[in-house]
Design a protein around this ligand. Structure first.
Ligand code: GLC
Ligand code: GLC
Length: 813
């Protein structure tokens, strides 16, 4: 295999990915912030910040699809004589003597060196803080005195990221700022309905500033060479309308060996309505002053940074594996869990592929995300479940998305995605198993956020499954509605108008005929979970009722959902099979293989094994399993968006990483550890990192949503990094099904499924108020626990009963 160029490497001891060449094949980004205040930051310091909602509270401006692609961010310009450079190489692009970007857990450190001056910037959002700290350390490593000019730069967004990009007739007249000492305040629209402002501060005296973009950059220059920097002179400009920015100008003299810190702070403040102003037209800066005072020295910043690191120590101590395979350990112990936190926070809202204005929190997405996150901070997962359930309708249907700021369902996209309701069970059950907190089921939760409509969360779970039961089609399989998990299988859309959205247009059938085998499998999996839950809380009758519905669904799948070698994917509006050997293209789809094997439908009749074999035979390729095969080569009016993508991309036979784990779990349930592992390793970032940095293109430390499939122009190329359900599914798969540590109502179930080559390994798992040190000895076996010894005594069955305190567990397979 050809050796590809490498742009960085893992540093596991520091939990960092170290980028050593700024010209990565695509911007490689990181996320800052855990709650409320967030930033995206690329390896050259591009990106932006927002408060809670990337659409409605965008703090700094970012232009997607720019040229060059990643332009705009928090930039520093260092000028010595005629040479201007930036620590992150961009925007100046002056060649550096040294460059390094370290992306860590909630922080990024970018270091550049030029002519024996080193500039190292630590970017992070401190815990419980509405601000991004940028600690810039300048060091003179030369034998002479250095005289430098330092310019900072941020560009304000006029809050609503959507109108900021389109309503210029208004925007160019509204911009307002205030300058006070070393702080630049952005207060556009504060005079009217907004009660929030932002500021950019530095903890030293400044010798000048700019707040008007054209004064600083110039109309004919660029971020790489702003007028003010080229001339080495700030304009001291006051923005009135046009495009407000914030730039500090600082003159710095450094003796030989001298090092100096500058703490820049990008903050966000909200004021009560009656405390907005301190004098006519003057914003009340009390809270800003308080925030600034928290980070006005290096010591305070270092302390906040240590707290952030301790926070991640604690989070990553909950589940720790030692297998002796560093590529596996680093993903399980560090990056997969980190990505799960990020997807929990962001759903699919803001990445370098998601503009932050299109989508808020997805109903199905967020339920899946929380399964990857629930062990980290269960209380936040609990709140999320309530928020999500509050957007459900009384009949169990639900809004497909909601806005994080308002927590209200998003009317632009509406509902009708018939898989959505089932995911609420998936999320809630994971939460209860992790915490043992059954009280969540008694929480009173409204429908569609309407006061007065509250019922218990348990009732929400019930109507969720009833929504499937009440919407069965001609083969007694679930009606698909607008789409199921596959947003692009739009069987009721029938669109010839390119201006119509595939997902919100429902033209002919009003959804009374097309059926989904994916939902059928999902219903069986979540239905069984619901039955177990009912039995657990002594709702036996309800449990029996659902068991009958589950049994009926299993029968319907066996009767109408089996194609001979694999499960069908769907029936279209005309009652024709989709995902069948009879079809010309799209003969087999991954989703129904994943869900129906996870549901073990027809296992006794050999369906599960055949389906898994067919995945290997028809879907697997070098980079993972494709979504469908063969790819669609033309637009099919009655299938919708799926056939709109060129072959090998996205939902048309791309490797949708998200659903590979479904098949892997199916393999694990069937005890086929070798196959499970080989599928898993193909999409495990650390394995890809080793081989394919150039081809793969996107960040090598996290999963991306889609890798181009075998039919694509460039198989193996990744897209849509970071925000993908893949994170949670990879975590769920490896932690529970491969390594086999499964939280359950009464304890931890031990049920690994491993390749024969697996050696002994240990997992330390914090669980509620207990801590288990588990050693597993596979002895060459792929599946099947022979004996569990808990604190020296053998345990009956495969569940370690929960008891607070520290325990040692020895498992022999
Ligand atoms: C995207 C969406 C997710 C959907 C998937 C498949 O990842 O976020 O909701 O299930 O695409 O279409
Ligand atoms: C497109 C994408 C799909 C995504 C959907 C969300 O259909 O292909 O992945 O889930 O948009 O709106």
């Amino acid at each position: 295999m050809e050796q590809q160029k490498r742009y960085g490497h893992f540093d596991d001891a520091h939990r960092e990915y170290v980028i050593t060449d700024p010209k990565t094949p695509w911007p490689w980004i990181n996320y800052l912030g855990n709650e409320d205040f967030f930033s995206l930051i690329s390896n050259t310091a591009g990106g932006y910040s927002f408060y809670k909602d990337a659409k409605f509270r965008r703090i700094t401006r970012y232009r997607y699809n720019n040229v060059p692609m990643d332009n705009g961010g928090r930039y520093f310009y260092i000028k010595e004589g005629d040479t201007a450079w930036s620590p992150g190489w961009k925007p100046c692009k002056t060649p550096l003597d040294f460059y390094e970007c370290r992306h860590g857990m909630g922080y990024t450190r970018i270091t550049g060196r030029k002519n024996q001056v080193e500039a190292s910037v630590l970017f992070f959002v401190p815990l419980k803080t509405w601000a991004e700290v940028q600690k810039l350390t300048l060091t003179n490593q030369s034998q002479e005195v250095k005289t430098l000019k330092l310019f900072s730069f941020e560009e304000w967004c006029l809050w609503n990221a959507a109108t900021d990009m389109e309503n210029f007739q208004r925007n160019f007249s509204t911009g307002e700022v205030e300058i006070e000492g070393s702080t630049i305040y952005h207060k556009t629209e504060y005079r009217e309905r907004r009660n929030h402002y932002a500021f950019y501060h530095v903890n030293t005296e400044i010798q000048g500033f700019d707040t008007d973009r054209e004064s600083f950059v110039g109309l004919y220059n660029e971020f790489s060479n702003p007028d003010a920097v080229v001339e080495g002179l700030p304009r001291n400009s006051h923005a009135h309308g046009w495009s407000p920015i914030a730039s500090h100008y600082i003159e710095v003299t450094l003796q030989t060996g001298e090092s100096r810190d500058f703490v820049f702070l990008l903050g966000y403040v909200e004021n009560e309505q009656d405390k907005k102003f301190s004098a006519p037209k003057v914003i009340n800066k009390e809270k800003a002053h308080a925030l600034i005072a928290r980070f006005d020295t290096t010591e305070k910043v270092d302390k906040a940074f240590a707290e952030l690191n301790a926070y991640w120590d604690a989070l990553l101590n909950i589940y720790k594996v030692k297998t002796g395979n560093p590529k596996l350990d680093r993903m399980v112990n560090i990056w997969n869990q980190y990505q799960c936190m990020v997807t929990f926070n962001f759903s699919r809202s803001a990445s370098f592929f998601e503009s932050g204005i299109g989508r808020g929190m997805g109903f199905r997405d967020s339920n899946q995300d929380l399964v990857g996150f629930v062990h980290q901070i269960p209380s936040r997962a609990r709140q999320r479940i309530i928020d999500i359930a509050s957007t459900q309708f009384p009949d169990g249907g639900c809004y497909h998305q909601y806005q994080p700021l308002t927590k209200r369902g998003n009317n632009d996209i509406g509902g009708g995605f018939n898989d959505d309701p089932c995911w609420l069970i998936f999320g809630t059950v994971a939460y209860i198993k992790e915490t043992g907190d059954f009280t969540i089921l008694d929480e009173m939760v409204p429908f569609d956020n309407q006061p007065g409509s509250e019922v218990t969360l348990f009732e929400h779970l019930k109507v969720s499954l009833d929504h499937v039961i009440n919407n069965l089609g001609p083969h007694l399989l679930p009606l698909i509605g607008r789409a199921d998990w596959n947003d692009c299988l739009n069987l009721n859309c029938f669109s010839w108008d390119p201006n119509e959205s595939f997902q919100t247009t429902e033209n002919v059938s009003e959804g009374t005929k097309a059926e989904s085998l994916m939902i059928a499998g999902l219903f069986v999996v979540t239905g069984k979970e619901y039955v177990a839950l009912c039995n657990k809380i002594a709702k036996h009758e309800e449990g029996q009722r659902m068991q009958r519905a589950v049994d009926a669904m299993i029968e319907a799948v066996k009767k109408h959902g089996w194609d001979g070698e694999w499960y069908l994917r769907a029936y279209d509006f005309y009652g024709r099979k989709i995902g069948s050997n009879e079809c010309e293209e799209g003969k087999i789809f991954i989703e129904s293989q994943g869900w129906c094997t996870m549901a073990e439908i027809g296992a006794d009749e050999g369906m599960v094994a055949k389906s898994l074999d067919s995945c290997k035979k028809y879907l697997e390729c070098e980079h993972g399993m494709v979504l469908n095969n063969p790819a669609f080569t033309k637009y099919i009016y009655e299938y919708g968006e799926i056939s709109s993508y060129p072959e090998g991309y996205k939902e048309n036979a791309g490797i949708f990483c998200h659903n590979n784990p479904w098949v892997i779990i199916g393999e694990c349930m069937a005890g086929r550890g070798n196959d499970a592992w080989s599928h898993y390793a193909k999409i495990l970032p650390s394995y890809v990192e080793e081989k394919y940095q150039t081809l793969h293109k996107v960040e090598p430390y996290v999963n991306c949503q889609m890798v181009a499939g075998k039919d694509a122009f460039r198989p193996g190329e990744g897209k849509n990094s970071w925000l993908t359900g893949t994170a949670a599914w990879m975590w769920y798969t490896v932690s529970e099904f491969i390594l086999g540590i499964k939280p359950d109502y009464d304890g931890i179930r031990i049920d690994p499924c491993l390749p024969e080559t697996a050696g002994d390994y240990t997992v330390s798992r914090k669980f509620r108020d207990a801590e288990y040190d588990i050693t597993i000895r596979p002895n060459g076996s792929q599946k099947g626990v022979k004996q569990i010894v808990l604190d020296g005594s053998p345990v009956e069955g495969d569940v370690i009963p929960y008891a607070a305190g520290k325990h040692t567990v020895e498992v022999t397979m």
